[in-house]
Design a protein around this ligand. Structure first.
Ligand SMILES: Cc1cc2nc3c(=O)[nH]c(=O)nc-3n(C[C@H](O)[C@H](O)[C@H](O)COP(=O)(O)O)c2cc1C
Ligand code: SF4
Length: 532
């Protein structure tokens, strides 16, 4: 069914994009249906999937951040109280993470994200034309080579680097660099390029995954807003390597500033003739769905189909956007390519640890005295980073590292860990996209487990039952224990986690058991009264 829908959507191509049209309420469903020859029910089905397009949210004017870091910060109650002075309850909605984890107290209003600083009133910040959330966090370079935080001083020279390489030359340097994807799974980028090259097709696509939905992470936001030419160059270089002439940036709606700023930069590059017609960029704005960060759901989303996860194989390099071979990679992965081509893949592979090469951006949340984006060599000890970040603002008992599906490291474990893929996986944790969300001593772990189940329940795409049903049943178990004095049957909870882990189609359902098991292992004394 979705193959037929995809074929119909692809008739109009990326320029006349169905998903962007679905987002416009002023285009009636029947008109869209006629234009794309797609049934109205399919269009309504797609529209209803997304937080910002749902009928229930039509009245909402302001959205409070429900991301993990905002929740553990305990600041959102005040945000709600303050917003209620200006908006009715019907006008206040929720959103899963706005990337303001450095400051917290975040909300979205009128396509702009804000943090409600203690000293300010809501009206002060939404009426302040100078408000700029970029100024709220610092960017630090601790790496031996400044790869991702380097400043581009001459745009013309920056982009001309690409002319020095043949497609084969680009692939060769990337392979030598041993660059792994930065979106979470660490897949070798050189292999991805090769697989796409080996799939013959007249049309190929480059897709930049800028759906950074992991609560705690805002490094992609930093790159898009403050270092966009690293990302755009990387997409163009990948395009040259595989023979693609379209670069699509899928940017989440929760990052309105990123969409505006990167769009401005692309227009400037075109106006200044720095980029020509051989490579075209297109921005696709998301509409509020965490699962759209998963690569196959993201492709469905661009196509205007309900963004359910696809079964793999085939992989996007073989059967990607509109069924064509596609390089889909994370923002930060692309951002490495300029340094690799400028300095050589061999130089890149000398930086970092045994199995993780290069540098990495780490996002630190508002519990660190110096929250911000830190560039470190792969393998950098967390304990050193903590010292440089000046420690915590209050007692912390654990850190969730690597997003909502990342492990929960008690403080003694995190102090022993190095920041790279292998150190985390060797200890049974997840490096992921490298964000740190602190859990203060005062925050109950049962509440944290409830939050994880609730997040997965709300964000599940619904394609497979272990995740769709498992997350809802898990939430009920925890909620019953917290609010109705019910006890949680240990065996039942274990069965549930095992079913989700082994039976889920993607890492949303399959990944949730890791942090929950970590909490049960390391914080058992806190949970004793709930478990039997
Ligand atoms: C539930 C879920 C959410 C994901 N969210 C993101 C995301 O926001 N950004 C991202 O780059 N990758 C995300 N991924 C990983 C992508 O599926 C994919 O592996 C990645 O974009 C590939 O790029 P890379 O090779 O550069 O890492 C997510 C995966 C899952 C299962
Ligand atoms: S694990 Fe969850 S999000 Fe992933 S395919 Fe299954 S239902 Fe969808």
């Amino acid at each position: 069914m979705s193959k037929n829908l995809r074929a119909l959507s692809s008739r109009k191509g990326i320029e006349n994009n169905l998903f962007l049209k679905i987002q416009k309420y002023n285009i009636p469903t029947d008109i869209l249906s006629e234009e794309f020859l797609i049934g109205e029910s399919s269009i309504i089905g797609t529209r209803n999937f997304y937080d910002f397009l749902k009928e229930d949210n039509k009245e909402k004017k302001v959205f409070i951040c429900n991301g993990t870091s905002c929740i553990t910060s305990g600041k959102q109650e005040r945000v709600k109280t303050e917003l209620r002075k200006h908006f009715s309850d019907n006008e206040i909605g929720h959103v899963s993470c706005l990337g303001h984890c450095h400051t917290n107290a975040a909300f979205l209003y009128n396509e702009q994200t804000y943090s409600l600083d203690k000293a300010l009133e809501v009206k002060d910040i939404i009426n302040n034309k100078e408000y700029n959330s970029n100024k709220e966090y610092q960017v630090y370079n601790l790496a031996s080579q400044q790869i991702l935080t380097k400043k581009i001083t001459n745009k013309i020279n920056h982009y001309q680097l690409i002319d020095k390489f043949t497609p084969h030359g680009i692939v060769s340097e990337v392979k030598k660099s041993q660059l792994q994807g930065r979106g979470g799974a660490g897949f070798p980028f050189g292999l991805k390029l090769e697989s796409c090259i080996n799939t013959k097709s007249e049309q190929k696509y480059i897709v930049c995954n800028a759906d950074e939905g992991d609560p705690g992470a805002y490094s992609d936001m930093y790159l898009l807003e403050q270092n966009p030419h690293l990302v755009l160059f990387g997409m163009m270089a990948a395009g040259k390597a595989v023979g693609a002439n379209w670069g699509i940036l899928y940017i989440r709606a929760e990052y309105p500033n990123s969409i505006i700023s990167i769009n401005n930069e692309i227009e400037l590059l075109q106006k200044e003739n720095i980029i020509g017609e051989e490579f075209n960029f297109k921005i696709i704005k998301g509409a509020g769905a965490y699962i759209c960060g998963e690569e196959t759901a993201l492709l469905n989303s661009i196509e205007g189909i309900r963004p359910e996860v696809r079964v793999r194989p085939p992989f996007p390099t073989q059967d990607g956007l509109y069924g064509k071979p596609t390089i889909l990679s994370n923002v930060e992965t692309f951002a490495n390519l300029h340094w690799i081509l400028e300095n050589g893949g061999d130089s890149f592979s000398k930086i970092g640890s045994e199995k993780s090469k290069g540098t990495k951006l780490i996002s630190l949340d508002g519990f660190f005295k110096k929250p911000g984006i830190y560039e470190v060599d792969m393998g950098y000890p967390f304990s050193n980073l903590l010292k440089i970040a000046d420690g915590f603002i209050e007692d912390i008992k654990a850190i969730q590292f690597g997003g909502p599906l990342g492990g929960i490291l008690p403080i003694n474990e995190i102090m022993k860990i190095n920041l790279d893929f292998e150190s985390f996986s060797n200890k049974g944790f997840l490096f992921g996209h490298a964000s740190a969300v602190c859990i203060p001593k005062t925050f109950p772990m049962i509440e944290f487990i409830k939050h994880l189940f609730e997040f997965t329940k709300d964000e599940s795409c619904g394609k497979c039952y272990p995740c769709r049903l498992g997350s809802a049943r898990g939430y009920e178990l925890i909620e019953g224990a917290m609010n109705r004095n019910e006890t949680i049957d240990n065996k039942l909870l274990n069965d549930l986690l095992e079913t989700m882990e082994l039976g889920s189609l993607c890492a949303l359902g399959g990944g949730l058991p890791l942090p929950i098991r970590n909490i049960i292992k390391y914080f058992n004394s806190e949970l004793k009264s709930y478990l039997q």
